[in-house]
Design a protein around this ligand. Structure first.
Ligand SMILES: Nc1ncnc2c1ncn2[C@@H]1O[C@H](COP(=O)(O)OP(=O)(O)OP(=O)(O)O)[C@@H](O)[C@H]1O
Ligand SMILES: Cc1ncc(COP(=O)(O)O)c(N)n1
Length: 259
């Protein structure tokens, strides 16, 4: 069995974060271990508050679990602070971790801001370049690449590719759930290639949450299984689209995925 290490935050409603991530890895037949970066007060309606774990304590759990399970891939979700991000970076280097999928979570679907300016600058200048692939949504990509992204036209994608090369970012999947249109299109941009996948859109993206978390944990699981980037993306897209089309209402707010 393949082992996926989840580094992410805790959402008590189970709609996002580590609870959803571990269910995704399990649904795909592999084993998930997890380290918690941050606790949230959160329901299907909104995020009320978030508190990052003490950075030394976080690093202690991270190192012990890496030494024990030796993961085949890593999914990074909500980091929540520069200190936690620095700790993750240090240990990616120390243990020479591979197949790292980073979902650069900056804001929840409901609008809660998880990252402040210094944290974002650290991600852009030092953190994202050590990841195998990053999976920003439209808003996160606009912050990371410092540009407006109205659509996934050739000019915009070429400009992102140039910026990635300058910043040292190896690969990026731009997720298009929040881009207008009747298709949910995502684009994998590597240093040399641009590759698109799409699926039928269901309802309003703003009414479902956890899609980005499920996407990055599925992607990390397919990399752990040995798929290349393109095949991992195709498999992930099918898996997540299916979850979205079968999303359920468990509380008073948004629909959630139920892998
Ligand atoms: N309404 C939808 N119908 C079908 N697929 C969707 C829909 N919304 C998003 N997707 C797909 O779900 C995946 C996640 O994309 P999205 O842009 O929603 O990420 P996100 O904003 O980080 O998610 P979230 O913030 O909800 O966790 C992508 O593959 C995207 O194309
Ligand atoms: C612990 C945690 N991690 C990530 C998200 C982002 O997910 P979403 O954008 O669907 O709210 C979240 N709300 N909570």
């Amino acid at each position: 069995m393949r082992k996926v290490l989840i580094i992410a935050g805790f959402d008590p409603s189970g709609g996002a974060g580590i609870v959803l991530d571990t269910k995704v890895v399990r649904a795909l037949g592999e084993f998930a271990a997890s380290t918690i970066t941050c606790l949230t007060v959160q329901t299907t309606e909104r995020v009320y508050d978030a508190k990052t774990i003490d950075p030394d304590f976080f690093e202690y759990q991270l190192q012990k679990i890496i030494e024990d399970i030796e993961p085949d891939s890593v999914k990074i979700g909500l980091l929540g602070s520069e200190e936690i991000a620095r700790s993750v970076l240090r240990n990616i280097r120390r243990y020479n971790l591979k197949n790292i999928v980073c979902d650069p979570v900056l804001k929840s679907t409901s609008g809660f801001e998880f990252g402040k300016d210094k944290f974002v600058e650290f991600l852009k200048s030092e953190f994202l370049k050590v990841c195998s692939v990053i999976t920003p949504n439209k808003t996160e990509a606009e912050v990371i690449f410092d540009m407006k992204i109205e659509n996934f036209g050739e000019d915009i994608l070429n400009s992102i590719q140039q910026k990635m090369n300058k910043m040292g970012i190896k690969s990026c999947v731009l997720k298009g759930g929040h881009v207008d249109g009747h298709l949910a299109e995502d684009v994998l941009i590597t240093q040399t290639e641009i590759y698109r996948v799409s699926a039928k859109k269901k309802g309003s993206t703003d009414n479902i949450h956890g899609t980005g978390c499920a996407f990055s944990s599925a992607f990390a699981t397919f990399l752990a299984k040995g798929y290349n980037m393109y095949d991992a993306l195709k498999q992930t897209k099918d898996f997540v689209s299916n979850l979205i089309h079968n999303s359920i209402k468990i509380g008073k707010g948004r629909l959630v995925l139920n892998p």
